[in-house]
Design a protein around this ligand. Structure first.
Ligand code: PEP
Ligand code: MN
Length: 263
């Protein structure tokens, strides 16, 4: 159902006043994790001011170590809702388990399925049965075909509002956190009508590489990017090393202007 053979025209996924797909180049931005009201609102204001169309932020965090910050949970969701209302900006946040669905649907506009849950079929069915748009991230070791089949689960359960996200895959290379597979973007754009966005933050894991890879994502034909930003990355509770500072986010938007405006 997600194939271009079934539907030739591009799917446009809308949530709040944002739309992803079609002729847009959408920038979704915000912190890796929601940490406090002040942290979230201050960075949300900056990314909104410079042209982000939606706010990201994790309240439930899939951390590699159980000793790392696990997210604020429902309190984080409430802060996202508050920021969303104050700034008139829809939100994207990760749902990690089916039991979180009710709270997520109350507070969040677009549900993110994280890389580690791309093949959590119970979760895919649950977001499929909900009416919320879904941002589906590619698994760390998932093939493009497996990503498309994961999207198929969501579609088959009744939800056609799916955004695919290339966020880097695990390869032999260790210089960067992951290897951003831009082949996948070009391939997916041919194969499926669903919008495809790129996450250059997790794709590289290195703040200084986020702007160049964002430009590359736009050039290869992605429908947008989802990037992490933090006004004080040295103090961030997760992924500070890959977060764009406020001035860097402004620079990013400056460099993406030809793509955002051409859209
Ligand atoms: C995130 O977006 O913060 C995240 C954990 O992403 P991924 O699932 O791609 O690792
Ligand atoms: Mn992160």
């Amino acid at each position: 159902m997600v194939s271009r053979e079934v539907q030739a025209h591009d799917t446009v996924v809308r949530f709040g006043n944002a739309s992803v797909g079609g002729n847009q180049f959408a920038v979704i931005a915000g912190p890796c994790s929601v940490e406090s009201e002040q942290q979230l609102l201050s960075v949300a204001e900056v990314v909104k001011q410079h042209g982000a169309v939606a706010l990201r932020g994790g309240a439930y965090k899939p951390r590699t170590s159980p000793y790392d910050f696990q997210g604020m949970g429902v309190e984080g969701l409430k802060l996202l809702k508050q920021a969303s209302e104050m700034l008139n900006m829809p939100t994207v946040s990760e749902v990690m388990e089916v039991s979180q669905m009710e709270a997520m649907c109350d507070y969040i506009d677009c549900l993110q399925i994280g890389a580690r849950n791309m093949q959590n079929y119970a979760l895919l069915k649950a977001v499929g049965e909900s009416k919320k748009p879904v941002l589906l991230k590619r698994g760390l070791s998932a093939t493009i075909e497996e990503l498309l089949l994961a999207a198929e689960y969501i579609y088959d359960a009744g939800n056609p509002n799916i955004i695919l996200c290339e966020r880097g895959i695990r390869t032999f290379e260790t210089a960067t956190r992951n290897t951003l597979d831009l082949n996948a973007v070009a391939f997916l754009k041919q194969k499926t009508h669903l919008p495809v966005v790129v996450d250059p933050s997790h794709g590289t894991g290195v703040r200084e590489l986020v702007i160049p890879l964002s430009r590359a994502a736009a050039a290869v034909g992605a429908d947008g990017i989802i990037v992490e930003s933090h006004l004080n990355p040295g103090e961030a509770l997760s992924d500070g090393h890959q977060a764009l500072t406020g001035p860097m986010f402004q620079q990013l938007m400056q460099e993406l202007k030809p793509f955002v405006e051409a859209a």
